[in-house]
Ligand binder design. Structure first.
Ligand code: 2P0
Length: 346
């Protein structure tokens, strides 16, 4: 008997221009475009195996070994049914194909990074889920086409379908057909940039991204300014900086955008605080490091939590790790820098 099964993994991505706000919560259409770097270390990935079998009684999903319910109409269910729809249209074109679209699927997904790393797993998780179903169904879809579906699982997931430097173009179509991820530059274009993940706290965050960003959309006037006046120019400027491998410019924009994202969180009613005192001390340290160097040698960025991600050219990583360990000697996780690219120690 033929076994229909596929296993695919997808990496974590960290945004330089932040996604924060939806104009359509069901389709997950953002209020602004965003841009990220996909981390290419083997140990920061979600791996998903999908299997289709007519003997299964229904679709099921296991996350890190624990079964999760698939709510009808929910994000998981949407991604699975969209992928089945693509398979069904392929089967219509080629009647020799087995009718996998009619079989229930069992999906098992796991992350190889500890939850303690404080990294959101929804981006890599939904990207891996969609990629594994695309492989199972042998869909001739491009990463951008798959990103349309991963986006409906979790917005940031659409960017994890590509490696390297990736933009999520917000699009304007009401049906979301042009809200997708595109490659800005492959990883090989700029292998010198590394990322250092500094675990400040592994506590579960107080406000989830999904509910936090909606509160921001409903209450923050600063967000409206950000959407209209700030992000479009930053998207062009950072794309240019990436294409020109201009680190100081890339870093300046990345830090400004992290700061503005946390400002719109603070401008939300009631306010949302993701940074803590240690996060702010790291911002001060990197600022001082750059000031004394007379040039920008490192960029910090923070997502919906207190943990820092520091982007820097490879040659600066060792110095930055030593600096962090000097000022935060108790912060043992700094000793394990996750380098982007060629090696673990930067
Ligand atoms: C980002 N974040 O661009 C931003 C920066 C957090 C801060 O994408 O509701 O988990 O699933 O679409 O993708 C977090 O948002 O939210 C996020 P949903 P998601 O990476």
């Amino acid at each position: 008997m033929t076994v229909y099964q596929a296993t695919v993994s997808a990496p974590v991505n960290i945004a330089c221009i932040k996604y924060w706000g939806k104009r359509d919560t069901k389709l997950i259409l953002p209020t602004n475009s965003s841009l990220s770097v996909t981390l290419d270390q083997d140990h920061l990935r979600s791996t998903t195996t999908s299997r289709a079998d007519p003997s299964f009684d229904k679709d099921k999903l296991w996350l890190n070994g624990k079964e999760e319910s698939i709510q009808p109409g929910g994000r998981l269910s949407t991604c699975i049914s969209e992928m089945k729809r693509l398979r069904a249209s392929l089967e219509l074109q080629n009647s020799d194909l087995p009718k996998l679209s009619t079989f229930p699927v069992h999906i098992a997904s796991s992350n190889n990074f500890p939850t303690a790393a404080g990294l959101a797993s929804s981006a890599s998780g939904f990207a891996a889920l969609v990629a594994s179903l695309a492989s199972l169904y042998e869909l001739p879809a491009t990463p951008s086409e798959l990103s349309l579906i991963a986006r409906q699982g979790s917005g940031s997931a659409c960017r994890s379908l590509f490696g390297g430097f990736v933009a999520w173009e917000m699009g304007s179509a009401p049906d979301g057909s042009d809200s997708l991820a595109v490659e800005v530059a492959p990883r090989e274009h700029w292998p010198d940039i590394h990322a250092l993940i500094c675990v400040v706290s592994d506590d579960k965050k107080g406000t989830s991204s999904t509910s936090g960003m909606q509160r921001t959309v409903e209450t923050s006037t600063l967000l409206q300014h950000r959407i209209a006046q700030v992000v479009p120019a930053r998207m062009s400027a950072i794309t240019k900086a990436i294409l020109q491998r201009d680190f100081p410019e890339f870093a300046r924009i990345t830090m400004q955008d992290s700061n503005q994202f946390h400002s719109v969180a603070l401008d939300t009613d009631p306010p949302i605080f993701y940074l803590n005192d240690v996060s702010r001390a790291i911002i001060a340290l990197i600022t001082e490091y750059n000031r004394t160097a007379g040039t920008i040698k490192a960029a910090y960025t923070y997502d919906a939590g207190p943990n820092a991600v520091i982007y820097a050219p490879k040659e600066n990583i060792k110095e930055i790790v030593e600096l962090l360990l000097h000022y935060f000697p108790q912060a043992e996780p700094f000793a394990d820098p996750f380098a982007l690219g060629v090696d673990k120690q930067g």
